[in-house]
Ligand binder design. Structure first.
Ligand code: ADP
Ligand code: MG
Ligand code: ZN
Length: 512
């Protein structure tokens, strides 16, 4: 046993020692703790390294696993060929495209396409989601971008795939709030420019939106090839359903065409989901093959779960088919048949269906007649609804916007109204009087109203052709221009504004 005095003096000694050591040890401890914390935080942030996909790994994707997006596939195939045999193209002085951007709604197969490129190209493939560039520490995102590209350069020929590009690529904000994001984006731009010199490295990116991306990314030499990956049409959906039922035991009565018809508007991911749900339902009933009823059940289940992007009902499709047929028939009657490129009732983005048309020649000016015809064609969809169903729908909102814009430009910029023909009515030039504004409004309204009356007249006269084309659209969903023209050979062409451009009118002798 120690005497009490000894204990207290021992305590005093320890206390003294602590008093001396503390000022030295404490800062060291704090610094060490901080370092450990930072290291932990960096290590905990997800997927810091670029992921390299090897052609022999377990979940390879082949070209035949991607269906219904043929245009995108062709474009990517070309790049794969370029990487495989660069000499073939370089001999001709062709330069390898550096940046290719896949864009389109989610679930249409963008990531899938990139993975197919990875296994088919034979080139080293580095994949990273742009979301992993978004970091809380300034400069870390930029460092990751730098590392990804350095790695790819080392392994050329190589492909860099940046998924979900919108995560860093959204247009820069003016304020300084998002400095870190800007740094990352800037680094990406620097790397893309650096690629122009380094051959045989291709950058592919995927994004759900094109309009949100910073324009700097889309400039020539960067992501200058844009490939739209869209919702598949009927043959595309049949092919995708084929891919996802491959190796699944289907009952003889299952008709994939029927399933495809019932799923207008859905993308590849939804269709894959339907095939899977159908199989699950069959398994639940302990059957050893998948029946048509399982698909019906799956469609209902998947479609009901997709309120925002649901497939259209048969009634809605009927209206849409007549609406689009109206555009085409009015275009034909006005001599614009050659301009029709595609007519479809498959919804893409915000447009339910659409008629894609191109001007038949590249020109810098348009006559008043041509502009009016353009408005008549825009309103042809609504006119057909009015004539066939006696009631109009919201399907025409985009058309009305286009018609209004043209009419406004005619009145305000081009002096093509009825009364104002020698001056513009633009507000920047001078303050417009109340009266001028009212005048412009009235002129615009007159132009579009009269155009609508004309469109309705055409649709009434040609309603048989509209019915025929609408029925065919409901069957086949998409036609190219030649097919549309073939279906509408009986439509009377009443005018052709383009034919009169540059043709002098014959003068009549004055006074006669
Ligand atoms: P995105 O990247 O466009 O959002 P994904 O490529 O991730 O879409 O697609 C998700 C899944 O949906 C794929 O793994 C695949 O199973 C299926 N899928 C999507 N599009 C297609 C397609 N065109 N062909 C076959 N399967 C598809
Ligand atoms: Mg994706
Ligand atoms: Zn329309």
């Amino acid at each position: 046993m120690l005497p009490l005095a000894d204990v207290s003096s021992a305590f005093a000694a320890v206390g003294q020692w602590i008093a001396v050591a503390l000022p030295i040890v404490l800062p060291v401890l704090l610094v060490a703790a901080l370092v450990v914390m930072i290291v932990l935080m960096i290590r905990m942030t997800p997927r810091t390294r670029p992921q390299q996909i090897r052609p022999d790994s377990a979940d390879v994707v082949r070209w035949e696993d991607v269906a219904g997006v043929d245009e995108a596939k062709d474009e990517l195939r070309e790049i794969v060929e370029f990487l495989r045999e660069p000499e073939r193209f370089e001999r001709l002085g062709a330069r390898l495209p550096t940046g290719l951007l896949l864009y389109g709604p989610p679930g249409t197969g963008k990531t899938l396409l990139a993975r197919a490129v990875a296994s088919e190209s034979g080139a080293a493939f580095f994949s990273q989601s742009a979301a992993s560039f978004v970091e809380m520490f300034a400069g870390l995102g930029a460092a990751r971008v730098r590392r990804l590209f350095a790695e790819a350069r080392k392994h050329a020929p190589a492909i860099v795939f940046i998924d979900e590009l919108d995560a860093v690529g959204t247009a820069r904000q003016g304020s300084g709030l998002n400095r870190e994001g800007d740094q990352t984006l800037n680094q990406l731009l620097v790397e893309l420019d650096g690629f122009a010199q380094t051959k045989r490295v291709v950058v592919i990116a995927a994004s759900n939106r094109l309009d949100a991306l910073d324009p700097a990314l889309l400039r020539p030499g960067r992501f200058d090839r844009h490939v739209h990956v869209t919702q598949p049409d009927l043959p595309g959906r049949i092919a995708i359903l084929g891919v996802h039922t491959r190796g699944k035991p289907l009952a003889a009565k299952v008709d994939l065409t029927r399933v495809a018809r019932a799923t207008a508007g859905l993308g590849g991911a939804d269709l894959a989901n339907i095939c899977n749900e159908a199989a699950i339902n069959a398994g639940r009933a302990d059957r050893d093959e998948i029946r048509a009823g399982d698909f019906d059940w799956a469609i209902e289940r998947v479609v009901a779960g997709l309120q925002a992007r649901r497939a259209m009902t048969a009634k809605e499709l009927r209206v849409l088919a007549h609406h689009e047929a109206g555009h085409a028939v009015v275009a034909l009657a006005l001599g614009r048949a050659e301009a029709i490129v595609r007519l479809t009732i498959v919804s893409r983005g915000s447009a339910l269906g659409y008629m894609l048309s191109l001007p038949d020649e590249d020109r810098y000016m348009r006559t008043r007649d041509e502009l009016l015809d353009g408005i008549r064609i825009s309103l042809g969809g609504r006119a057909a609804e009015q004539v066939v169903f006696g009631r109009i729908s919201t399907a025409a909102s985009g058309d009305l916007r286009a018609a209004t814009e043209t009419a406004r430009a005619m009145v305000v910029d081009y002096g093509m109204g009825e009364t104002v023909r020698t001056r513009t009515l633009r507000a920047e030039d001078r303050l417009l009087s109340e009266e001028s504004l009212r005048l412009a409004d009235a002129e615009e309204a007159r132009i579009t109203d009269e155009a609508y009356v004309d469109a309705v007249a055409i649709c009434e006269r040609e309603h048989v052709a509209i019915e025929r084309l609408a029925a065919a659209l409901l069957q086949h969903e998409t036609f190219d221009g030649a097919q549309v023209r073939e279906l509408l050979t009986d439509v009377a062409v009443e005018s052709d504004a383009a034919a009169w451009v540059g043709v002098a009118q014959t003068r009549t002798a004055p006074g006669s």
